[in-house]
Design a protein around this ligand. Sequence first.
Ligand SMILES: Nc1ncnc2c1ncn2[C@@H]1O[C@H](COP(=O)(O)OP(=O)(O)OP(=O)(O)O)[C@@H](O)[C@H]1O
Ligand SMILES: [Mg+2]
Length: 361
Amino acid sequence: MKTVAFVNIKGGVAKTASVTSVAHILATQYNKRVLMIDLDPQANTTARFSNINVYERLERKLHGDIRSIDNSISDLLLNRNMDVHNCIRKTVYQNLDIIPSDLQLGDVQDRIKADVTVPPQFRLKGHIKKIESEYDYCIIDCAPSVSIANVNGLAVCDEAYIPTTTDGDSLEGVAYALDLIRTVKDYNDKLEISGCFFTRWENQGVPKMAYELLEEMVPGVLLPFKMYKSKLIGEGSYLNLPLLIADKKKTVSKLTTNYLHLTEFIMADNKEEYLKQYDEERNVYLTLEQIIGIEQIESEVEQELQEDIKKNGICEPITVVKQGKEYLLVDGKKRCKVQEKLISDGIWDKYRPIPAKIAER
Ligand SMILES: Nc1ncnc2c1ncn2[C@@H]1O[C@H](COP(=O)(O)OP(=O)(O)OP(=O)(O)O)[C@@H](O)[C@H]1O
Ligand SMILES: [Mg+2]
């Protein structure tokens, strides 16, 4: 299991948007077994995958009903004898589970400090060890603070990602996060800072100073995936929908495209190589409806390829040439045929994105 945390000490920089998008893409586009852990008492990730709609949640809160939930991350942090499985909830999505949070997480800090039997930063570690073989990825949503819960998350983490907007306050949050990660690295030496990326991006200029400072703090840390500003995230928060579901259209949005790239980057064995080959203009995602030239194909697809794609998704991009608003298929006919079949069998959605490389004419 690879454990990944999204962290920035500044609030509102799209940690939750990133966690919910990436975890859901890993589970549904790439069929990975994914566990999300919500370490924020605001419990926004928990809410996104809850079966209680936003209006009901609002109404309860407006009436002062802020009841805590049973078997949440708080219980896990407080009780080392608890069976972690009791805290894991299934979501409606295949392969995607969550350990939920609630407001009481804000109060556990003192109780953790009072119990000296387990070091305060290792309250999660024992639990996570027990489920390591049950998941491919554990994706952690951190709170915008230097909390004991965040420290526990980072203490079990392999990779930390830092989302940030371009304003000065958020970049200060990055600096705090980097400092926290370095401190936790003293007792979790596998922890790596895998990248920082801009969110709510509107092609705004980033002051040169900010780039230089970031580069100075962690050389090469800035990833090229820009998370464009889009109303899809806000809509998803009303409808309890992760990005990929909120964005079911003929054309894959730029935001979804870049979250798909970030997810592939997280999965990549060789991250340097992934970045070398990445080109924002040419590496795209298309739906089957945008691709022309498939209908003339009469090729038998081997059972083995079908099974592989059904199991792992299409990982190798197809090649296309742009023709007006459409894309002519150049290479990848068998992959497209499998996608077509899985859609007609009702296994995949018709707007499922296909990775594609746009070739020069
Ligand atoms: N790409 C985007 N386009 C438009 N709005 C976005 C985007 N990403 C996030 N948002 C919005 O920005 C706000 C903050 O996002 P989010 O809750 O994911 O941040 P966060 O870092 O988890 O915040 P907190 O620190 O409070 O937990 C939300 O209102 C969310 O809907
Ligand atoms: Mg959040």
